[in-house]
Design a protein around this ligand. Structure first.
Ligand SMILES: Cc1cc2nc3c(=O)[nH]c(=O)nc-3n(C[C@H](O)[C@H](O)[C@H](O)COP(=O)(O)OP(=O)(O)OC[C@H]3O[C@@H](n4cnc5c(N)ncnc54)[C@H](O)[C@@H]3O)c2cc1C
Length: 500
């Protein structure tokens, strides 16, 4: 029976980053992944020779000295990634009430660009950027600082994103434009905390990037680094049950009944799903109930479009398009669906001029999929295919408002729904970003890496923040539990200094 120092369940970004850090630290690491492909949301797939991302459209903070640049250097992957910086003077374009507004990179550039549309709002824009900076500075792992703030006493977690934005300006358009990329965190008016909006928007304003030829390269680089350090990454290995000896976990049992022994276990799987792998008497009912009751972010309906050859220009920016008078659209009515879409053309090494495909994303509630809840991938029946097709055509009707001739340029398209994500990544109800954070009761929805079981830790998007940056920070927090957080921050910092 194989025995490891650490078994990590799930090879999403969170699992792979923990594997990278801990194998570098000399631990004997094994990652088990239920799918044929590693990467979780970093998986890509190919249709008609076009590569599509499933969960990484663009990433942030990768310019020299910026936060993700520093972490990626430490992981040893920065110089191997194929990156393309999005347009500095407009990396995100928000179309609201028929007019385009640009989000630009760089603090002054961001403010000055929006001042062209809102010349009387200098004060509001200054307040906005200053607040984002203050919040980002507050979180030590976003700055690699060792100073630990007093989180419990902080009022910061109780601030609402919607409330703050509306407090700095009475201009409804500017309020919506500032919140215009809120599908990046599936923002909910009366729940989303300001710190979630701030950490994400601030790091994208610092710099925004696409991965050329898809996000899978990130997963592959990390998996390669783990095997180079002597670790193993096992595909088609589904974790099923934790087996205990006294109060500690001794084995993870797979769905084929095979057992793998380790000293420590890290779960990159949604906490509620992780607890399902633990027999009742090992976890207090109240803890299980608390985790199971947590609300998850809404899922996404995605169109993967293949274009006819050399017909649709590559766009080095993203479009966020809204048809109504608000950008807060998670609580849409089915009649009005879709109320918004995010549209982008992935970067490829084939051409800078033409796009071979596009990805179009909008929200979809899990309730709309209840009829097929008990089905599995590719076995959901013709009524599901009809449903997807009907929805795709409705979404294309809205996309046509922005790109009137697009239907003539499409060769084929493919569709995913929240059920696709539920079955591929194991996220509860196909949620896009895992547990929804709530400023009304912030500490209830924040999950710590340490669990009630001494040798079991959580990692991944469900902890403090989702996304590439959020999951990076979560992995450092999780590994910090094993090797010491201060020690790890020193390592990351030292690595920058030696590279200079
Ligand atoms: C549509 C969409 C678009 C996004 N766009 C962006 C973006 O532009 N920029 C950005 O920064 N972030 C984006 N994100 C978010 C980002 O992709 C995720 O937050 C991040 O990749 C999550 O990583 P993770 O490791 O926490 O989880 P996951 O990627 O979900 O990984 C979990 C892994 O666990 C495996 N697993 C589950 N159960 C088991 C089991 N029983 N046994 C073994 N393995 C198991 C799964 O197969 C999976 O590989 C997007 C997400 C979505 C859904």
């Amino acid at each position: 029976m194989p025995k490891y120092d650490i078994v990590i369940i799930g090879s999403g970004l969170g699992g792979l980053l923990c594997g990278n850090i801990l194998s570098k630290e000399g631990y004997n690491v094994c990652i088990i992944e239920k799918n044929r492909q590693i990467g979780g949301c970093l998986q890509t797939f190919k249709r008609d020779n076009v590569i599509f991302n499933t969960g990484l459209n663009y990433t942030e903070g990768l310019d020299e000295g910026q936060i993700l640049n520093r972490y990626f250097k430490y992981f040893g992957i920065l110089d191997k990634l194929k990156l393309k910086r999005l347009d500095i003077n407009g990396f995100d374009i928000v179309t609201f009430e028929g007019k385009e507004y640009k989000h630009a990179q760089g603090h002054e550039n961001f403010k000055n660009t929006l001042l062209q549309n809102f010349p009387n709002e200098k004060d509001a824009l200054n307040k906005y950027i200053d607040k984002l900076k203050t919040i980002s500075d507050y979180f030590p792992l976003f700055n690699l600082s060792k100073k630990q703030p007093n989180i419990i006493d902080s009022k910061l977690f109780n601030e609402s994103a919607y409330g703050f934005i509306n407090s700095i300006t009475s201009d409804k358009k500017l309020q919506n434009v500032l919140a215009g990329t809120n599908s990046l965190y599936a923002g909910v008016i009366d729940k989303t905390p300001l710190y979630i909006h701030a950490l994400i928007n601030y790091s994208f304003i610092n710099s925004a990037w696409r991965l050329i030829d898809g996000s899978f390269q990130l997963a592959k680089l990390l998996a390669d680094s783990i095997t180079e350090n002597g670790g193993v990454v096992l595909k088609k290995h589904e974790a099923n049950k934790f087996i205990f000896k006294n109060n500690n976990i001794k084995y993870i049992e797979l769905s084929n009944s095979e057992r793998i022994e380790a000293k420590h276990f890290i779960s990159n799987v949604h906490p509620a799903k992780t607890l399902q792998m633990i027999d009742e008497h090992h976890i207090k009912k109240a803890y299980r109930k608390r985790i199971n009751m947590l609300e998850n972010t809404i899922g996404m309906f995605t169109l993967y479009v293949v274009f006819k050859k050399d017909c649709f220009k590559y766009m080095n920016f993203n479009h966020y398009y809204y048809k109504g008078d608000t950008v807060w659209t998670t609580d849409y009515s089915e009649k009005k669906w879709p109320e918004f879409f995010m549209f982008y053309t992935p970067a490829t090494s084939k051409s800078d001029i033409y796009a071979d495909g596009a990805i179009v994303i909008t929200y979809m509630k899990y309730n709309e999929l209840k009829n097929w809840e008990n089905t599995t991938v590719e076995k959901r029946g013709n009524d599901y295919l009809d449903f997807k097709k009907r929805k795709a055509e409705k979404l294309l009707d809205l996309v046509e408002k922005k790109f009137p001739d697009i239907r003539n340029k499409i060769k084929s398209y493919y569709i995913s729904t929240p059920l696709t994500y539920r079955d591929y990544t194991g996220t509860v109800d196909g949620s896009s970003y895992g547990i929804l954070k709530d400023y009304n009761d912030p500490f209830k929805s924040i999950i710590l890496p340490k669990t009630k079981i001494p040798n079991l830790f959580f990692t991944g998007q469900n902890l403090n923040l989702h996304g590439i940056l959020g999951v990076t920070i979560s992995s450092v927090m999780t590994c910090g539990e094993l090797v010491g957080l201060e020690y790890l921050i020193n390592k990351v910092t030292l690595c920058q200094n030696t590279m200079l």
